[in-house]
Design a protein around this ligand. Sequence first.
Ligand SMILES: [Zn+2]
Length: 77
Amino acid sequence: MQCSKCSGSMSEGFLLEKGNHNDLSVQAWVEGSPSTKSSFLSQIFGMSVRGKAVYRVQTFRCSSCGYLESYARESTR
Ligand SMILES: [Zn+2]
C-alpha cells in the first residue's frame, strides 16, 4: 500500500471509537487486526444488521503524513 498523498508506506489497522453514548468520542486508529475478531464485531453490529451484507473496514495509515484510507473489502460472513 502506498499513500495517495505523499507516496509514503501505509500500514493496516482499524478505527476504534471509544466512549459512552453520552460522551463525545474520538476515533482512534489501531494497528493490526482486532484481536478478538468475532466478539469485537458482534459488539459493534449486534443484531441490527441481521440479513444485511456486512464488510469489515480496514483502514490504512500513512506512516509519513498520517493520512487514513479505508476499504470495506472483506465480508464478515
Ligand atoms: Zn502520506
